[in-house]
Design a protein around this ligand. Structure first.
Ligand code: AMP
Ligand code: ZN
Length: 149
């Protein structure tokens, strides 16, 4: 696990002053990063819409899915409004890689790293995307059905 991820995770484990500073930083970053005022996930990133946020930093925010399909169902989103994988730019590659690092960290936190989990991205209508702010589902805590599709 990357050491630099630890101080930022799970606001209950760090001082409230530091957590608040991080929260403000994330909100500022969201506002500076082409936030879409009509987007549900942008509002969650900005802190203006409720969600159970598990992790946030300057690049990404993770929160529990409103309608979980498994004991663990977490959404990891870039703070920047990117509609879908189709709109990714080369400069976003670091953020996408970071999403996977954060997913792994959250899987450990949820205690599902050794039992296994799925990381899913839905893109566009045929992909089943319903919220057009790119996100990755981290799902686990039970054996997944296979095959997909
Ligand atoms: P997708 O179908 O891949 O676009 O996934 C969208 C996901 O977002 C679904 O699993 C929804 O349950 C979830 N969702 C929608 N609105 C919210 C919200 N306000 N807070 C948390 N999860 C949400
Ligand atoms: Zn958005």
């Amino acid at each position: 696990m990357d050491a630099h991820l630890r101080p930022l995770m799970f606001s209950g484990r760090i001082s409230s002053v530091k957590a608040y500073a991080i929260h403000l930083f994330a909100r500022l970053a969201a506002l500076m990063n082409k936030m879409n005022p009509d987007c549900t996930f942008c509002k969650i990133v900005a802190g203006t819409s409720p969600a159970t946020i598990l992790y946030h930093d300057e690049q990404v925010t993770a929160f529990r899915d409103l309608h979980p399909v498994a004991p663990t169902h977490i959404l990891i989103v870039p703070n920047k409004h990117i509609e879908s994988v189709n709109e990714l730019e080369p400069a976003d590659e670091v953020t996408v890689g970071h999403i996977f690092s954060v997913s792994r960290m959250l899987a450990e936190h949820e205690g599902i790293d050794s039992s296994g989990y799925r990381i899913i991205n839905n893109t566009g209508v045929h992909g089943g995307q319903t919220v057009f702010h790119m996100h990755f589902h981290l799902i686990g805590g039970q054996r997944m059905k296979h095959p997909m599709g």
